[in-house]
Design a protein around this ligand. Structure first.
Ligand code: PMP
Length: 349
């Protein structure tokens, strides 16, 4: 008999509908194609593979290349099919009945969903003000929950802000508490990514956003070698196929070109924020490649539908905790952003 679904915390309508529209600004993908020459190089390397054989189970070249990128040792890198699978592997290793995770809403919904699927009890705390998580509030919630595992997201999805470093420090100060720090959007932030040298911190990152490779499904984690060893035990054998491993190496070769797009996304983001403010709506300041918008009294559901009629798809966050009448827009290229702003301006008129 199927496991009862109540209590699994499946947020109604969580997954963004994949609609056939002209302007797709709903899932925080990169608007840019892969760098010139990427697909040619991918063709070259994949034509040399022997797909009759299983892939390198320990994906050692991928680990080495990622370790070099992050200035850590290869033994400190774990990778999987998207950072969602990284999070699932963590929950399988650290979860189970009798274990508790703390999640502070509003944040990335998959943290609590995956944790519950893996048998963890999830303590949900809610920010008093969705715009930012303040230290005192976090300290209070952490003390009253006393979880085995804490999920933090910085920059946070969907609000966009970097967490106060004091929050991360406090969470990691209890050595028996595992801290999952989801840094999917860190490449768009004002401060560069840094390795946090603490045994209980697991920093996850993804190729889906800044690397423009959402279609590849690849994410990774940097943590202590002891943590990585445990995760390798939990994950299925040969989980990273040979084509993916080759594609990841290829993407790392092209990393400098991919990084050139980050500046453009950041400047488009700042332009969009100004344009939104000019439309008299509240745009949350963002360190990510998306912007959360508070429409106040205006009905965000009908705005979302109106945008779809104009072939512009954004994320409707209205049903999310504390986010009544909020929409989240991914920063697209100049043309896409203009289409969005023009469509929104017409609807607000
Ligand atoms: N973490 C956060 C905060 C995200 O927003 C997302 C994707 N929306 C993910 C993880 C998952 O990314 P992926 O599985 O594509 O690596």
């Amino acid at each position: 008999m199927i496991r009862p679904r109540e209590g699994l915390g499946l947020r109604n309508g969580y997954h963004s509908p994949q609609l056939n529209v002209e302007v797709r600004l709903n899932t925080n993908e990169s608007p840019f194609e892969l760098p010139e020459g990427f697909y040619r190089r991918l063709g070259e390397v994949t034509s040399k593979l022997s797909l009759n054989r299983y892939p390198d189970r320990s994906y050692s070249r991928v680990k080495e290349a990622l370790a070099e990128q992050c200035s850590v040792e290869p033994e400190m890198v774990f990778a999987a099919n998207g950072s969602n699978e990284v999070i699932q592997s963590i929950c399988l290793a650290y979860g189970g009945h009798g274990r508790k995770a703390m999640v502070i809403e509003p944040t990335y919904a998959m943290h609590s969903q995956i944790a519950r699927h893996c048998g963890l009890e999830v303590d949900l705390a809610y920010r008093e003000d969705p715009r930012s998580l303040n230290f005192v509030e976090f300290e209070r919630n952490l003390a009253s929950s006393n979880p085995d595992m804490v999920f933090l997201c910085s920059p946070n999805n969907p609000t966009g802000e970097l967490l106060d470093p004091k929050i991360i420090e406090l969470a990691t100060s209890a050595s028996d508490q595992t801290v999952v720090l989801d840094q999917a959007y860190v490449d768009f932030a004002a401060t560069p990514w840094e390795y946090i040298a603490a045994q209980n911190v697991l920093q996850s990152r993804t190729f889906s956003k800044a690397f423009a490779l959402a279609g590849l499904r690849f994410g990774y984690l940097v943590a202590s070698p002891e943590v990585v060893e445990i995760l390798e035990e939990v994950v299925l054998p040969y989980h990273l196929d040979s084509i993916k491993q080759a594609a990841v190496l290829c993407a790392i070769e092209f990393a400098p070109q991919a990084e050139e797009t980050h500046g453009e996304i950041i400047s488009q983001r700042e332009k969009l924020v100004k344009e939104l403010i000019a439309l008299n709506v509240e745009a949350y300041p963002s360190d990510a490649n998306f912007i959360l918008i508070d429409f106040g009294e205006a009905d965000a559901n009908s705005l979302w539908n109106g945008l779809i009629k104009k072939s512009v798809l954004v994320r409707n966050c209205s049903g999310w905790p504390g986010l009544n009448n909020h929409l989240r827009v991914t920063v697209g290229n100049a043309t896409e952003n203009q289409r969005f702003i023009e469509a929104l301006a017409e609807l607000l008129r």
